[in-house]
Design a protein around this ligand. Structure first.
Ligand SMILES: *Cc1c(COP(=O)(O)O)cnc(C)c1O
Length: 364
């Protein structure tokens, strides 16, 4: 795939995919943070009722009497789609009542899949932040309801952060060192910031300055970029600088970054690049024609990461960090964050549009 995008075979051999789009049930990175949060809540409820033992086998959470208990509780979440899918499906599987508040970006098939699995879907005309706010309010009114707060939850964040130790093990198994001479570059699509922020937090803890954490955002929804450039004194949204927050990358259609995560990124996030919807679609097509991973547009943004290093800002970044001579020995990881659940008809429609756009280029 990287050779098709104009890179040398030596460079291509150093590019890897962390395929979170293949994670079971959620089909996205949400299986990390979202599942951790719901299972942690389930454990607390079961513990409070004496139905499981502290630090016992979590599989006892699926016993019939525990499921019976869970049916009295509901789990509520606001989402542009994937978080709702992850939370809704795991909550319903454990026996909770589940309600997902969806923003206008949410794809029809995601809503249908949730309804087919017994999840209640509440549709809102507004954006992601509005869906989250509506869900939060609805949940607060009900003592038996747990709200998964994508903008503020620490349980979500640490669930994502745990991915870093998994990756460290995988790198070791593949005999790939990460050190001064062989730095690691990780490219992760960013929405509200929880998933990429958690992963970056974990990676920096393990690899320190030898890992370079780079986020990808849509041109119309670069909420983390806007917040980083504005400083941490106040929240700034993409609307404040005249952008629309309209993008084909529904997983990244977020106007305002998490203020739990943004301050943690000041010292940890190394760079951000943005892509137009046409660039995302063209990358989707290259994927389809080469390795065929079948990711969604949000996730395709990761594929541009290694190419961004040869742009002028990319070269300036390498020079600033004294990496120009060592970049040839670097390892690149493109974090594909979602897409394996896309129905065939949706995928065909996306590819249909992708053939109409110009081939991928970093000059736009
Ligand atoms: C949620 C999501 C992201 C980003 O996660 P945030 O926590 O919103 O930053 C990236 N890609 C896909 C496919 C997602 O579903």
């Amino acid at each position: 795939m990287m050779e098709r995008l104009g890179q040398s075979s030596e460079f291509a051999a150093r590019c890897w995919v962390k395929a979170d789009h293949r994670l079971p049930i959620a089909g996205s990175v949400k299986a990390r943070g979202g599942f951790h949060e719901v299972i942690a809540f389930a454990e607390r409820v079961a513990l409070a009722h004496g139905l499981v033992e502290a630090n016992g086998d979590l599989l006892s959470l699926v016993k019939p009497e525990v499921k019976e208990l869970f049916s009295r509780y509901s789990v509520v979440v606001g989402s542009t789609g994937n978080l709702g899918m992850g939370i809704g499906l795991i909550s319903a599987a454990l026996g909770f009542r589940a309600t997902v508040h969806m923003s206008h970006d949410a794809k029809a098939w995601k809503k249908q899949r949730l309804r087919d699995n017994g999840v209640e879907v509440v549709e809102h005309g507004g954006d992601y932040a509005e869906a989250v706010a509506k869900g939060r309010t609805a949940s607060e009114a009900d003592a038996f309801s747990h709200f998964v707060d994508d903008e503020r939850s620490l349980d979500l964040f640490v669930g994502y952060a745990a991915a870093a130790s998994e990756l460290a093990v995988q790198l070791r198994e593949c005999a790939i060192p990460v050190d001064h001479d062989q730095p690691l570059f990780v490219y992760i699509p960013c929405g509200v910031g929880g998933a990429p922020g958690g992963i970056a937090y974990g990676l920096k803890r393990i690899f320190g300055q030898h890992v370079h954490c780079i986020f990808a955002e849509p041109v119309q929804s670069p909420c983390m970029l806007v917040q980083m450039l504005s400083g941490m004194d106040r929240c700034v949204s993409v609307y404040d600088i005249g952008l629309t927050n309209r993008t084909e990358a529904d997983g990244l259609a977020v106007a305002q970054a998490s203020m739990l995560v943004a301050p943690l990124m000041v010292e940890r996030l190394d760079a951000i690049y943005t892509l137009t919807d046409d660039q995302l679609l063209s990358l989707l097509l290259v994927d389809h024609e080469t390795i065929g991973l079948g990711v969604e547009p949000s996730s395709a943004s990761a594929f541009a990461g290694p190419l961004m290093l040869s742009t002028e800002p990319g070269k300036a970044y390498l020079a600033k960090h004294g990496l120009t001579d060592r970049v040839g020995q670097a390892t690149h990881i493109m974090w594909t964050t979602g897409g394996s659940l896309i129905p065939a008809t949706e995928r065909a429609a996306l590819l249909e549009r992708a053939i109409q756009v110009a081939p991928f280029t970093t000059d736009f």
